[in-house]
Write a protein that binds this ligand. Structure first.
Ligand code: MG
Ligand code: MG
Length: 278
């Protein structure tokens, strides 16, 4: 996403509270969808489950119709990195599935993604488990950095430092796709890089809401967009994982809008206590 001269949108505490409602509906819908991601189900059926959950909760989808995207979630399997279109594909044991979804409540957006390995722990390729776990933890490390960050660029430093310091086979951080501001639209400035850059980005200030979404791969960083004009795959067919949360920065601290506990459990090991929006 390139945002040109668009300005950063600073939210009031009331606006962030509505985003929180959107985020909690999204979190619940994603959990229900992930629980249904068993061998034999199609990605199209998962999309229908997610859409029904949003509807039941009184929220609408920010994915459906976005540049004509035909579904309420993206389902990206194995070498697919992001923007996979749900359809007739049947999930198999051992598939590495990333589900990315979003919700709108009263005009305010949320955005979150999780990766899951289909079929249960006994069927997991340990290398896929490691990929997903490091991707998820790098996201939490980035969120933790937000609590004390001066610039948005500090987030990318934290994610990059975490990933590159892991023992074992090296994982790649995709640079073609980055996180973003979120609020009255799903994708807003600023860009939130998942890697270290000399470009520090804007200062991190109260009222900012950011979607952090590292995408990691077991192979090279080159990606290709398929003929459907959406699905992004790794050029070398190596597997990818994607995790994302929407996070608010307010006067008293940070709060993860798309997690029931605001991120408390996963941020504790990093010495960060999220502060509720009240
Ligand atoms: Mg997303
Ligand atoms: Mg996003």
């Amino acid at each position: 996403m390139a945002f040109g001269q668009q300005r950063i949108e600073y939210k009031t505490i009331e606006q962030m509270r509505i985003m929180h409602r959107s985020g909690l509906i999204l979190d619940a819908a994603l959990k229900t969808t992930i629980a249904a991601a068993v061998p034999g189900i199609t990605t199209g059926e998962l999309d229908a489950i997610f859409a029904a959950e949003l509807k039941k909760a009184g929220a609408t989808s920010n994915f459906l119709g976005y540049y004509d995207f035909p579904a309420s979630i993206c389902t990206s399997v194995n070498e697919e990195v992001v923007h996979g279109i749900p359809g007739p594909r049947v999930l198999k044991t051992g598939d590495l599935l990333s589900i990315d979804g979003g919700a709108i409540v009263e005009g305010w957006h949320s955005d979150s993604a999780r990766s899951v390995i289909v079929g249960g722990p006994e069927h997991e390729d340990p290398a896929d488990r490691r990929l997903s776990d490091i991707t998820e933890e790098s996201m939490w490390r980035g969120i933790a950095a937000m609590a004390g960050a001066k610039y948005v660029g500090d987030i990318g430093d934290a994610i990059d430092d975490y990933v590159t310091s892991q023992p074992g086979p090296e994982l790649g951080i995709l640079e073609d796709y980055v996180g973003h501001g979120i609020g009255s639209a799903m994708h807003m400035p600023p860009d939130v890089l998942n890697y270290s850059s000399k470009h520090r980005g804007p200062k991190l200030k109260p009222g900012m809401c950011l979607a952090l979404e590292p995408m990691l791969v077991r192979g090279g960083l080159e990606t290709v967009t398929l003929q459907d004009d959406w699905t992004v795959v790794t050029a070398d067919k190596a597997r990818a994982a994607h995790w994302e949360h929407s996070v608010a920065v307010h006067a008293k601290g940070i709060w993860v809008l798309t997690a029931v506990d605001g991120g408390a459990e996963r941020l504790a090991p990093w010495g960060v206590t999220p502060v509720p929006l009240d």
